[in-house]
Design a protein around this ligand. Structure first.
Ligand code: BGC
Length: 526
């Protein structure tokens, strides 16, 4: 088994209790003259959010908790991977990161203070089952920790929204049998789910962004010799074997939840977008959009929301020794295993066909774009204008601020995977070059991120009122700056800054744009 090696200990190891109420500094002055851009409170003042609309923030265990080796937690694949050469861009680990493991009370109270009504966080499987496998010892300290965290959130008026798995696989499961590349994962995940439900809380989500997670398992460093793939699986087939096992694990967990007859709704967090044809008069680009939809959201959404099976385009392209086919019985077990649709709706851009054409790509397994055979384009085909403003360079391979496309994006989702309840389970932006800013007045002035949130929220209002999209909540990523996977601590997605020496949190401008605090009479400013 891959050894993780030395872990940086946290600066303190007890749960800090904040003094309440949390002081909220007075709001920032207007960003622009009002004739140019409205204040948050005056975006479509005649349109309101539906009653019960959830105004949330999001985090995930690996990215914010720290306390990596504390209170009985087992190692995860990311604890291991973050130490492999040249993997984390800034050579940081998430050993301490935000130390939310001990600061969750302050974090919950701080978002409550600005009007947030929910926190979507994930449970670290390795804190509950340090050895991963069902039947191995349960770590009571892990159960106690999350139980207290959940209770504390309720006590300050913030709904705890639980994701069971946000990419941090217990390392033991990978060492034993290859993690999600093995069918053995299904049973272990289902039993983990049952334990969480019976001991703590019904989860809202099984998985975060399956396609991103399964995309990792076949690539460096996860394929290295001491981090094994299941027998017969290699780096080309790993992500498809993962997809097959993960969909079954999701369905098994949801069915087990339903069998317990405990009230609650469950789904998983989709990601990706449908996109629009890069060249509006190109049939090839139009087909490429369909391929993007099928290999992106469709791979995980079709089985669960519509047909119970993989999209046809995927089956026509990918052989069954890569992507196992479901039996008729499996199809029946998988279809319908979600109570609502959740989408991590960061951006929506253009899609282009491969230069050599779709047919040539789809029939040639050594084509660099096989099997998806489409490319995401971040600029238009006429004059090369960007689809939207760029984020920090760390994320500019995929992210742009594209609020103008949000309504079309949500409509496409609703047409393809109809639902009567939709959530934007994450959306957010990392302020360009924020990591290079040294003064607090520069750091908190996250103007591009503020514009991202305000414009997307305005479009959310229009999507609800003009397009009839049944949106019932949004969760902004992230509640605080955090460890951004292989990019480390550099990209700043938080609506609050974290000083990584003192762990002090500071609200940025975006926090005010998002959280209605500027016009809520219940919030006292200092
Ligand atoms: C993930 C988060 C990540 C965020 C920003 C989402 O895809 O769920 O874990 O930090 O994007 O990249």
């Amino acid at each position: 088994m891959g050894k993780v090696g030395p872990v940086e200990p946290p600066p303190f190891t007890t749960t800090r209790v904040p003094d309440l109420p949390i002081p909220v500094p007075s709001p920032p002055p207007a960003l622009y003259p009002t004739w140019y851009a409205p204040q948050p409170a005056s975006i479509f003042p005649n349109l309101s959010l539906p009653s019960g609309f959830i105004f949330g923030v999001a985090t995930s265990a690996y990215q914010v908790e720290g306390a990596t080796k504390m209170e009985g937690k087992g190692p995860t694949t990311w604890d291991w991977a973050s130490r492999q050469p040249d993997f984390i861009q800034d050579n940081t680990t998430a050993d301490v990161t935000d130390l939310q493991y001990y600061l969750y009370k302050e974090d919950a109270a701080r978002v409550a203070a600005i009007g947030v009504t929910a926190h979507s966080f994930s449970i670290s499987w390795a804190r509950i089952f340090p050895f991963g496998v069902a039947g191995s010892p349960i770590n009571q300290l892990g159960i106690d920790h999350y139980s207290d965290l959940i209770d504390y959130h309720w006590s300050v008026g913030v709904e705890p929204v639980v994701t069971l798995f946000h990419w941090d696989t217990p390392l033991a499961l990978v060492a034993y049998y290859g993690g999600f590349t093995s069918p053995q994962i299904v049973d272990d995940f289902v039993k983990y789910t049952i334990n969480i439900i019976l001991m703590m809380i019904p989860p809202r989500y099984t998985f975060n962004e399956p396609s991103v997670y399964c995309g990792w398992v076949g690539s460096y460093p996860f394929t290295m010799a001491d981090i094994s793939l299941a027998p017969g699986v290699n780096s080309s087939t790993a992500n498809y074997q993962c997809a097959y096992n993960l969909v079954k694990a999701h369905a098994g967990a949801v069915r087990a939840f339903r069998a317990l007859n405990i009230s609650g709704e469950i789904a998983y967090k989709n990601n990706d977008f449908i996109g629009t044809a890069w060249r509006s008069n190109s049939t090839q680009d139009a087909i490429a959009v369909e391929r993007h939809a099928a290999f992106g959201i469709g791979l995980y959404a079709d089985p669960i929301y519509t047909t119970g099976d993989w999209p046809d385009i995927v089956k026509e392209t990918v052989p069954s020794d890569y992507l196992p086919r479901f039996t008729e019985e499996e199809t029946k077990e998988i279809a319908g295993t979600a109570d609502f649709f959740a989408i991590d709706a960061y951006a929506s851009q253009y899609i282009a066909a491969p230069p050599n054409g779709i047919e040539a790509c789809a029939t040639n397994m050594s084509d660099p774009l096989w099997p998806n055979c489409n490319s995401v384009m971040l600029y238009d085909s006429n004059a090369g204008w960007a689809v939207g403003p760029s984020p920090d360079p760390a994320s500019n391979s995929w992210l742009q601020a594209t609020p103008q496309n949000l309504r079309g994006y949500l409509k496409e989702l609703q047409t393809r995977w109809p639902t009567d309840k939709m959530f934007i389970s994450e959306f957010g932006f990392d302020e360009p070059f924020e990591n290079d800013r040294t003064e607090m007045y520069q750091i908190t002035e996250d103007a591009t991120t503020t514009n991202y949130f305000m414009t997307n929220l305005g479009e959310v209002l229009l999507a609800i009122h003009e397009d009839g999209i049944p949106l019932m909540g949004t969760f902004s990523w992230g509640m605080i700056d955090n460890a951004e996977w292989n990019y480390g601590l550099e990209p700043k997605f938080g609506i609050q800054h974290v000083n990584y020496s003192t762990l002090e949190r500071t609200y940025k401008r975006a926090a005010y744009a998002l959280c209605k605090s500027q016009h809520s009479p219940t919030i006292t400013h200092i």
